[in-house]
Design a protein around this ligand. Sequence first.
Ligand SMILES: [Zn+2]
Length: 144
Amino acid sequence: MTHRTIVTNKELFRFGIKTDDECLHCGDKDSIEHSFIECVFTKMFIQNVLDWFTRVNMCPIPSTTEETLFGITASTLDTTIIRKFNYTTLFRRHYIYSSKLNSLAISIQEFISKLLIKYDLEIFFNRMSYSVKSTPPSSTQYRV
Ligand SMILES: [Zn+2]
């Protein structure tokens, strides 16, 4: 999966950086699997994100564990919804990891507000990219 690029308290404890190998959120033994799949707080958070996503986008919940964890690759769903879901899934994993790394609690409200900013930025940069490609700069733009 993401071995050696992502560290949890398991690795930090093994290297003597942390004094224990417990999960910040629940106190069970930490690991990559625990952080992203098994932790009861992660499971609850993922479910909250899925509930929010399906409610806001009026679409069905992804049916498999793989889709829930890694995103959708093939589906009858609208392409925009799939891209939005996969972006949300990627950002959800980043949010879980960075929160844990900074010893912060995970919050669905905070996640949604950060995600909405990300959506706006993506739309902005897509428009910028489109306008740059479609309208080559004219020489008059460079005149002072
Ligand atoms: Zn945990």
